[in-house]
Design a protein around this ligand. Structure first.
Ligand SMILES: [Zn+2]
Length: 97
């Protein structure tokens, strides 16, 4: 079971959240081709290791949050409100942040 410690509600089961995508993805709205939009919307890196991502607490506070999670064991290292700078971690080299 994946538990996400929402900064507004406290620890909650991940079933209360909707995954809102990888953190740090960007797009060029004015110049993107349909193929680039498709890649932005539907293709994900899905590496084994630490990833930064966004979640929407759809069954709770209905706010967006950001986290860093290990895809191998679902350990969540930190969770912050969306828009808050990420804490500095040893995985910064791993994530390229
Ligand atoms: Zn919440």
């Amino acid at each position: 079971m994946l538990v996400i410690d929402c900064p507004y509600c406290g620890p909650r089961n991940s079933t209360e959240f909707r995954h809102a995508g990888e953190a740090g993805k960007s797009r060029d709205v004015a110049n993107s081709t349909p193929a680039e939009w498709r890649r932005y919307l539907y293709e994900f890196n899905n590496p084994l290791g630490w990833v930064r991502e966004h979640w929407f607490h759809s069954s709770g506070c209905r706010r967006y949050i950001s986290s860093e999670r290990h895809t191998g064991n679902n350990e969540v290292r930190w969770v912050v409100p969306f828009g808050t700078p990420a804490p500095s971690t040893t995985s910064d080299k791993e994530t390229g942040a």
